[in-house]
Design a protein around this ligand. Structure first.
Ligand code: 6PG
Length: 257
C-alpha cells in the first residue's frame, strides 16, 4: 500500500492531457520491463477525455499489440447501450487504434454470453482475470488478478469508485476479484465491479477527478484516517503509487502545499 500523492493541473483539459501523457509513458515502460502492459479503464468524463487524448499524433508510437485493457466496472445493460463504459472507451480510443480484440477484456453485457445472469457474468470476469494473473502478480490470498500497471478510477461526488458505493455491502466482497453489484444507488441498479482486492493489486492506482462538485469528496477521501466504508475512494491504493490527479476545482478543498 502506498501513501496517496496529489498532482494538480489548473484546468480539466490540462489535467486530461497530463494523464494521457503519463499513461502513454507507463504503457511503454511496462512493455520495456515486462513485455506486456495491463491497463484498467474507467468510465466518466475524465476517463473518456484521457483515452481520447491518446489518439494524438505524438502517441502513434505506442505498440498496442501487447497492451491489455480491462474495466473497473460496468453497467449491466445491453451491449449496444451508450451507457456502457465499453461503448465510451471504444468511441474514445479503442476503435481508433490497432489493438487485438483478444486484448480487450470487456465485462459482460445483459444480452451477452451469460444473458441476464449477473452472477455468472461476474464469475466469468474473475476467471478472465485469473487467466492473466501470471507468476509475478496477484491480489494475494488466492485472489488472482494481474498486477495492473495502471488502474484508473473516476470518483463520484459521494466518493464512490468503480461500482463500490458508500455503505453498500458489495464493498465487503473481497474474496473475489469481480463481483455482481445489485441495488446500486446510482442507476442502473445492476452492475459489475472489481473488488478492493483486485483494485489494490494494481501497481499504480490513479484517481481522476475534475470539478467543484467533487471537491468535498476529494477532501474527505484524502483526509487522514478516512474510512473506506463511508468514502470508498480512500480505500484504493496501488502497490507502487497512488495518485490523485486533480484539477484546481477538485483540489479546492484540500491543502496542496
Ligand atoms: C457510473 C459513473 C461513475 C463515474 C464517476 C466519475 O458508474 O455510473 O460512470 O462511476 O465514473 O461518477 O464520473 P465523472 O468523471 O464523469 O465525474
Amino acid at each position: 500500500m502506498t501513501e496517496p500523492q496529489t498532482v494538480v493541473h489548473e484546468t480539466k483539459e490540462q489535467l486530461s492531457a497530463a494523464v494521457s501523457a503519463a499513461l502513454a509513458q507507463r504503457i511503454v515502460a511496462a512493455q520495456q520491463a515486462r513485455g506486456i502492459a495491463h491497463i484498467v479503464l474507467t468510465g466518466g468524463s475524465m476517463g473518456g477525455a484521457t483515452l481520447t487524448g491518446l489518439r494524438d499524433e505524438q502517441y502513434q508510437m505506442i505498440d498496442w499489440s501487447t497492451v491489455h485493457v480491462w474495466w473497473g466496472d460496468e453497467r449491466f445493460v445491453p451491449s449496444a447501450s451508450p451507457d456502457r463504459n465499453e461503448t465510451e472507451a471504444r468511441d474514445a480510443l479503442l476503435d481508433h487504434i490497432d489493438i487485438p480484440a483478444a486484448n480487450v477484456h470487456v465485462m459482460a453485457s445483459s444480452d451477452g454470453a451469460h444473458g441476464a445472469d449477473l452472477d455468472a457474468a461476474a464469475v466469468a470476469y474473475a476467471t478472465e482475470l485469473a487467466g492473466y494473473a501470471g507468476s509475478q502478480s496477484g491480489a494475494g490470498d488466492g485472489v488472482l488478478a494481474p498486477a495492473f500497471d495502471v488502474l484508473m478510477l473516476g470518483v463520484g461526488p459521494d466518493a464512490h469508485i468503480a461500482s463500490l458505493f458508500p455503505r453498500h455491502p458489495a464493498q465487503r466482497m473481497v474474496d473475489s476479484t469481480a463481483i455482481p453489484v445489485r441495488d446500486s444507488p446510482k442507476p442502473p441498479p445492476l452492475r459489475l465491479s472489481l473488488t478492493f482486492s483486485a483494485i489494490n493489486a494494481a501497481r499504480e492506482v490513479w484517481l481522476l477527478v475534475a470539478g467543484t462538485e467533487k471537491a468535498a469528496a476529494v477532501a474527505r477521501a484524502t483526509a487522514e484516517g478516512a474510512d473506506r466504508w463511508d468514502f470508498p475512494a480512500s480505500g484504493a491504493h496501488g502497490t507502487a503509487a497512488t495518485i490523485w490527479w486533480l484539477d484546481d476545482d477538485a483540489a479546492s478543498g484540500i491543502s496542496t502545499v
